[in-house]
Design a binder for this molecule. Sequence first.
Ligand code: PLP
Length: 390
Amino acid sequence: MTKTVQAETIVEMLQSVLTAQTNTIPLHEPSFQGNEWAYVKDCIDTGWVSSVGKYVNKFESMLEDYTGVKHAIAVVNGTAALHICLKLVGVERNDEVLVPALTFIATANAVSYCGAIPHFVDSCYDTLGLDPKKLDQYLQEIGEVRKDGYYNKMTGRRIKAVIPMHTFGHPVDLDPLLDICQRYYIEMVEDAAESLGSFYKGLHTGNWGKVAAVSFNGNKVITTGGGGAILTNCDELAKMAKHITTTAKKPHAWAFDHDQIAFNYRLPNINAALGCAQLEVLPEFIKQKRALTDIYANVIDPLQGVELFKEPSFAKSNYWLQVLLLDETYADKQEEILKLTNEKGIMTRPIWTPLHEISMYKDCPKMTLEVVGSLAKRIVNIPSSPGLAK
Ligand SMILES: *Cc1c(COP(=O)(O)O)cnc(C)c1O
């Protein structure tokens, strides 16, 4: 007889997979199995700990090799990377930027840092990310082309950019979105904070937008403690990115002269050292995370009323965070599952509170967000660290 989803069965299933674990099992913990200590110690031994040093350059070129993006510029965190990305594509005060309502708050905050306004977009069930088809229809209804871009007729503001976010590592359907960007003169900035190691149609995420942001926060696929990177295939934007994240200092052997008000956003060498060691083991992490998906799917998918979320057909995902997706009719189990798993020492959490429900963002323009509303009630993230697959 097939069992239906209950909080108790979920706990049983997770425990059967996570047998070797005795203490509380975190949602995602960093793993240092390689050269981390050697490289960090080298920074301290040589005194090169700050924002100049060989590990910053090495980390950037390793990122370029791994992602296939022409330029990587390492910065202090993913939010700062997003902030600079928006500036690079020309987002200005009072512009609107299309943002999925279902994302980490940093995506919208970066828009606010530019004095621009997030405009919330619905998600689709295949990717958990922004729905290009729905966006296309919506833009036709609400906007019009003017001489310097696409305008929202209701607010009178220019819609300058769109930020697809690859949720939990699962790539958004980017081809139709690129088509939209061309037709409506909108710039694409990829929020690839969660998708290092994820590929869309064979090409790494971060290659598709004009610019992209990655994060190396402590809970991400790899970590530098805190850190991020701007990715771009455009030589000129890469140069500008490096300049404005380095206080716009004019190159000179000793003089301090700057040509604009800019940012101190460069990644310190000591963090980059950690990043080099982590990038060396990233392919192994992803192998382990994908193996964990299969292990979880084996116990979860036979249950009625719930499934383990799988990558969309056009993508190869890093499976950063694993997702239990409850059927609509079992959405009322979400709270019980969260409560019981956490009580039993298995850390789980719901997806983010949709941004249009957060007080600072509740008055922002938005389309109807029924898929976001449904997903927010049905998702439970379960422990996803790479080491768990053993
Ligand atoms: C982690 C994350 C960020 C921000 O990265 P930080 O390095 O924490 O600043 C941005 N967007 C999304 C979707 C993220 O998950």
